[in-house]
Structures are given as structure tokens and as C-alpha cells.
Design a protein around this ligand. Structure first.
Ligand SMILES: [Zn+2]
Ligand SMILES: [Zn+2]
Length: 160
């Protein structure tokens, strides 16, 4: 796991990365330009920048794939988006509203804060718009720890 704070990408690039993650490996840049309502050259430029920063590998005429770093980072982006969405649904927003609203500010929320909310929510598996990917630093370590604890204290009954 690469170390990151959650502030590595601009809000726009966060949206591009999430979009690419939902489209698989072949990303059609002209469709993407239509979706984001920008000029295709903007998409090409952004893909070039994300490749230079090590998030994507661009194979001309074949599309883009995530590097390992890009894959891990996108899992965090999805977790951040969906954890914040869950928080918003606790305060009366519908899943659609929560999805929309969290996308407006999620890029300003640190990984540290997401890990802490994730922990306090018990590492939920399902968000408002899909499954929540879990990483070792936050969720998996915790899950391992809880499993160990359960082994050690399986004679004690907890009120939960
Ligand atoms: Zn969403
Ligand atoms: Zn977690």
C-alpha cells in the first residue's frame, strides 16, 4: 500500500478516476468528453497527466488501465465517496442525494478522517451506490484484529 493523504488529486481528477473505474479498461475518450461536457482534448490531457503521475497506463488505441497505485487509489476514492454517502443518509438524505452531495466535497476529506469514520461505522461493506472496497490500512487490519480478539475472548458474551 502506497502512503497517501487523500489530497493527491484535484476534485476533477477524482471524478475522472471514479468514472474510469466504472468503465473497465477501455475508456472511450469521446464518450468521456460528452459525459463531463468538456473538449476531448481535455480528456486526453488529463489521461496524460494521470499517466505521468503513475495512476494510469495509457496504451494508444487500446485505452487506459490502472497501475497498481491507481487501482489502490481508486479503491480509496470509492470508499471515501461511499463512506461519506452513508454518513449523509444518517441525516435524512436519500441515497441519490447522498451520492450527489458527497461528490461535491469528498475531495477535501482526508484519508485519516475516512479511516476513522469507517472504523466508527464498523467498516461497512455496502455504500449508497455500490460495494465499499476495503484496504489493509483501515479495514483489513481492523478485521484481522477483531477476528483475533474474538478467538481470544470467545467465552465472554458482549452486549452489542
Ligand atoms: Zn455515489
Ligand atoms: Zn474501514
Amino acid at each position: 500500500m502506497h502512503h497517501f493523504t487523500g489530497f493527491e488529486l484535484t476534485p476533477r481528477k477524482v471524478e475522472y478516476m471514479k468514472y474510469i473505474s466504472t468503465r473497465g479498461e477501455r475508456v472511450n475518450t469521446s464518450k468521456m468528453a460528452v459525459y463531463f461536457n468538456v473538449d476531448p482534448s481535455t480528456i486526453t490531457k488529463m489521461i496524460g497527466e494521470l499517466s505521468e503521475s503513475g495512476y494510469l497506463t495509457h496504451v494508444p488505441y487500446h485505452g487506459v488501465t490502472f497501475t497498481q497505485k491507481g487501482k489502490e487509489y481508486t479503491e480509496f476514492l470509492l470508499r471515501r465517496h461511499r463512506i461519506l454517502g452513508l454518513v449523509l443518509t444518517h441525516y435524512g438524505l436519500s441515497p441519490e442525494e447522498a451520492c450527489f452531495e458527497s461528490a461535491r466535497f469528498e475531495s477535501y476529506v482526508s484519508r485519516e478522517m475516512i479511516d476513522r469514520i469507517c472504523r466508527s461505522l464498523g467498516h461497512p461493506m455496502m455504500g449508497v451506490c455500490g460495494a465499499i472496497p476495503h484496504d489493509r490500512e483501515c479495514c483489513q487490519l481492523e478485521a484481522d484484529h477483531l477476528a483475533d480478539e474474538q478467538k481470544n475472548v470467545n467465552t465472554i458474551q458482549f452486549d452489542r
